[in-house]
Design a binder for this molecule. Sequence first.
Ligand SMILES: N=CN[C@@H](CCC(=O)O)C(=O)O
Ligand SMILES: [Zn+2]
Length: 426
Amino acid sequence: MYDTVIENIGQLILPADGPIKGKAMNELEVKENMAIAIKGEEIAWIGTHEESKKLKTTTRVDALEKTVSPGLVDPHTHLVFGGSREGELALKQAGVPYLEILKQGGGILSTVKATREESEETLFLKARKNLEKIASYGVTTIEAKSGYGLERESELKQLHVVKRLNDEGALDIVSTFLGPHAIPPEYKGNADAFLDTMIRLLPEISEQQLADFTDIFCETGVFTIEQSRRFMKASQELGFQTKIHADEIDPLGGTELAVEMDSVSADHLVAASREGITGLAKGRTIPVLLPGTTFYLGKERYADARGMMDAGAAVALATDFNPGSCVTYNLQMIMSLAALKMRMTPEEIWNSVTVNAAHAIGKGDEAGRLKVGWKADIVLWDVPNYQYIAYHYAANHAQMVWKNGTKIWERSDARVFPVPQTEQEH
Ligand SMILES: N=CN[C@@H](CCC(=O)O)C(=O)O
Ligand SMILES: [Zn+2]
């Protein structure tokens, strides 16, 4: 006896084992006329719609020949923050660059101020609300970073919020300590001394199991390559896996550093060098590309996803949801930007937001795929085929979302117009 059978699936998206690299990213198994059965928290059966008619189940969901995929994975978010930065829009419109706003004490530092001032409870409730929205877009696993505290108490406060949200279990959340995200005013001009304070926090974070990864913003006016290497080494010595915000604006060589340090991911990479890209193809570091940020910062040049895949790398995509450089939690919108701005194919895009995204956060053996025995993280999309989501941009196409076998979200059926007779008959 199954709990739920989703039957009459028009297209079932079945990403292969990963990480999927290079040309293979353009391959995606899509089966028609399928069904999938859930028992408890797991996927218990996958077969044809015809076969599924024999199954005994408590609930049947008619997918009406629409599309079903694994729950999406968002491998780069700044989920927990105080305040908001709508005031910066005018500065952006006036042409003030992102790093200049930061230099003047705004940008990340204005969110640091707001986050320091908020209680853990307020941050928790705000992040939880955002998490709910994220899930409603078909995302069932995310990564979440600290980095708006920049001192012990506030960094731990953010990490505690992530831990509490993960413990609550609505979504799986991988936690990343991003203490070196900017240089706080009290350490202005003294990045090394500030970095030391963040390195000194690592043992405590490790003992309390507050993070799986560490991350650093390697950029002009923030942290240098040398400082980033120092932080990554200190992190790895304590057993953390590393990530890096690399080559987002200036080509400092963060991509090469990520490969050198065998980082799990290198994120942004808009200005990555040829050598960096070749290194990604050879190593196990996954490039996590964030086209929503490039779009939001109003830049012309996007990360060279095609070049990375041609070289043989395993690309992943993420929202970078944060209050400054990318204010969206809509991973479907990112899928459209990947198609329109980075010329990724629908197959490459699906692999980037499922299996490869899972590998970018160390969850490759439990998320991003549909497999019997794996947890039932499943999305029913109100679309006729797998190409449709990237094509019809900025909408929410998710109709039902299951996490660990439980339906956690369903689109409301409320209608603006009376339902016509012909539709009622369906
Ligand atoms: N680039 C650095 N950090 C974030 C932005 C954070 C912010 O602006 O608040 C990013 O990934 O884009
Ligand atoms: Zn980021």
